[in-house]
Design a protein around this ligand. Structure first.
Ligand SMILES: CC(C)(COP(=O)(O)OP(=O)(O)OC[C@H]1O[C@@H](n2cnc3c(N)ncnc32)[C@H](O)[C@@H]1OP(=O)(O)O)[C@@H](O)C(=O)NCCC(=O)NCCS
Length: 173
């Protein structure tokens, strides 16, 4: 059942709880390790790591946007933000926490003047936020992906960068 979720940017005090949520949501600790590595990377964008909290203030969901670049080979590179990972505690999934925390993180990116968000994920989930196939903008992944799994969302009016995504180093791609 969908319920209202409070959302806010993460604070330094949330790090352990975020790690627990991300660890629980995925089969291996790889995504939790990725979040911790991104926190120590220049790609980390203060204010764009968001949490959804339950009635007692406990963290149930997390969404992270970090800096990536998009460039044509030999051409100009433009800034974008990569949405990854998104995690909701299994016991709280399908109650609206993911929708609330992803929406809030994207709104914060809009307020910060970001141009474009990209996500590699389930094409059944992300269109609710306005994501469309990234190919519409000439945006490609640096590896083979199913065409509809790479999605992009312009965050303001005007041109968006085209080309291949360069993910932050901790993604290891
Ligand atoms: C994917 C995830 C973040 C969604 O968060 P959530 O809080 O469970 O989702 P919400 O409650 O906001 O949204 C529920 C809706 O999304 C759909 N949905 C949930 N998870 C989905 C998934 N993996 N694929 C497709 N649709 C999904 C539900 O069918 C539901 O649809 P409805 O609103 O039409 O009823 C969460 O399930 C999760 O953490 N999964 C494990 C980790 C993961 O796969 N993360 C995403 C890749 S980085």
């Amino acid at each position: 059942m969908t319920q209202p979720w409070a959302v806010r940017p993460e604070t330094a005090a949330d790090r352990a709880a975020v790690r627990r949520v991300v660890t629980e949501a995925f089969p291996t600790p790889a995504e939790a390790d990725l979040v911790d590595a991104l926190r120590a990377d220049p790609a980390w964008l203060p204010g764009l790591s968001w949490v959804a909290t339950g009635p007692g203030g406990e963290i149930a969901g997390h969404a992270l946007l970090t800096r990536c670049r998009i460039a044509e080979p030999g051409g100009r590179a433009g800034d974008a933000v990569a949405l990854a990972p998104v995690a909701v505690r299994p016991a709280r999934q399908r109650t609206g926490a993911g929708t609330a925390v992803v929406g809030a993180a994207l709104d914060a990116a809009r307020r910060a003047g970001e141009t474009l968000a990209v996500v590699l994920g389930d094409p059944a989930y992300y269109p609710r936020f306005g994501f469309v196939p990234a190919s519409r903008f000439g945006v490609r992944a640096p590896f083979e992906v199913p065409a509809d799994a790479l999605m992009a969302l312009p965050l303001r009016d005007g041109p968006v960068p085209a080309g291949t995504i360069r993910y932050p180093a901790p993604f290891g791609v």
